[in-house]
Design a protein around this ligand. Structure first.
Ligand code: ADP
Ligand code: MG
Length: 416
């Protein structure tokens, strides 16, 4: 018993499991691997290949013409998950290492070439299976291959099947496969789930915004509806009618402002992200605001460096429209609005600066809070929308402001 269930067996299992963890650890911690599937396949081959090598270097048990170790586990895992190319590379490593450590043996070549062919053929179908089927398939396939190759070995040579051979080569590997496939599937699922969650969270922010704003628009509409019904149902005097009309118009105006703060650029089904040239997008917004600025005696200065970020064009424009509009509204007696973009090593910095009324410490801390407004007809939605949209584009922001001197908003986005 001690010869075939011993510390070396546990070590073999440990090498295999470690290589899987190392692979997923590296894969999960670098964007590079997720974007370059070919390189990540080589990483996978390197990890499984290394555990293959360790299993062979420190086998469970060495018999006269047979080395007992768990090498078929990393070999089959690599071939099933990685396909023919990975399997071929592992087969190459296996045969070379075997020859160097223990001498060339024809039987080894036959056994592992057989395993390689079967596993490589099964691989494409295997990769499409769900988790449970993968578990069953890998266990059955490992068992089947062990029995098949043993049969071949007996047929072509005077191979002795010993008790320890049955345990180490035929019975233990299927269980090993079960553990390894289970762990691989669990790790893979965790990585996929996490990246999905981040996407869902971002969509959530945008849909929450839409929900809260449609709620806000409904209130003035209800008021307008009420007054119009009043005017219709009763014979109201002309004066009261005028008053009702005035209120209704005010409310419609309010609904319009709310929509402007959120939906100026909204078109249906555009949550897609793309590379954006920040200088062009900012120019577009500046151009839009030029008439209002002129009307208020405001000069707009642009210092735009070209650079690109990843984001949604409509979100980007809405965000800066809201920020610049606030700056314009902060300069009722004219002033200078400066918009700049600077490309840096690790990101793009955009600043919006005005020479307006400025903000107190309390106002700065409440910037971005929904419905916080110091304006008589303000909505308090503009800054909230801007802040949320910056966050969905992975940006960060910062405000410096002094009452009576002006405000400087700095936004930083990661480079595309
Ligand atoms: P609104 O513009 O409808 O008031 P916002 O959410 O856009 O709502 O802005 C919230 C508040 O933040 C404003 O009422 C104003 O007090 C303050 N604020 C935002 N930007 C500036 C700025 N550039 N200068 C001075 N105050 C600002
Ligand atoms: Mg505003």
């Amino acid at each position: 018993m001690g010869t075939y269930i011993n510390q070396n067996l546990l070590n073999n299992l440990f090498y295999i499991l470690s290589s899987i963890f190392v692979y997923y650890f590296i894969y999960d911690h670098g964007k590079f691997w997720k974007e370059n599937s070919r390189q990540s396949q080589w990483l996978f081959i390197a990890c499984t290949g290394f555990s293959l090598l360790l299993c062979m270097k420190f086998p469970i048990y060495i018999a006269d013409n047979c080395i007992h170790d768990l090498r078929q586990i990393p070999f089959l895992i690599g071939t099933l998950y990685g396909g023919g190319i990975a399997g071929g590379a592992l087969l190459f490593i296996l045969l070379i290492v075997r020859s160097i450590f223990y001498g060339f043996q024809f039987l080894t070549v036959v056994v592992y070439v057989t395993m390689f062919i079967v596993a490589a053929l099964v691989s494409p179908a295997f990769q499409r299976l769900n988790r449970t089927s993968k578990l069953y398939t890998s266990v059955c396939l490992t068992f089947f291959l062990a029995v098949l190759t043993t049969g071949i070995a007996i047929a072509i040579s005077d191979f002795q099947v010993t008790q320890s051979y049955i345990v180490d080569f035929i019975l233990i590997p299927p269980f090993g496969m079960l553990f390894v496939v289970y762990i691989m599937e669990t790790l893979k699922e965790a990585i996929i789930m996490r990246s999905k969650l981040i996407k869902v969270e971002k969509m959530e922010i945008v849909s929450q915004l839409a929900a809260s704003i449609s709620h806000e628009v409904r209130n003035p509409l209800t008021v307008v509806k009420g007054f119009i019904q009043l005017m219709k149902s009763q014979s109201v005097p002309k004066e009261t009618q005028d008053e009702y009309m005035h209120i209704a118009l005010e409310e419609i105006h309010r609904a319009e402002t709310i929509i402007n703060d959120y939906l100026t650029f909204a078109k249906p089904s555009t949550n897609k992200t793309e590379p954006l040239m920040v200088d062009q997008e900012l120019c577009y917004v500046i151009h839009m605001l030029q008439p209002i600025a002129q009307m208020n005696g405001i000069k707009i200065e642009e210092k735009l460096q070209p650079g690109s970020i990843i984001g949604n064009a409509q979100h980007f424009r809405q965000c800066f429209l809201n920020l610049m509009k606030n700056s314009i509204e902060a300069m009722p007696n004219g002033g200078i609005l400066t918009v700049s973009s600077t490309v840096q090593e690790n990101g793009i910095i955009i600043t919006v600066q005005d020479t307006g009324i400025g903000m107190t410490k309390e106002q700065i801390s409440r910037f971005g809070e929904p419905y916080f407004s110091t304006k008589e007809k303000g909505t308090g939605l503009g800054s909230m929308v801007a802040v949320k949209l910056i966050e969905t584009m992975n940006g960060t922001w910062q405000i410096q402001s002094e009452v009576g001197h002006g405000t400087l908003t700095t936004i930083m986005f990661p480079k595309a």
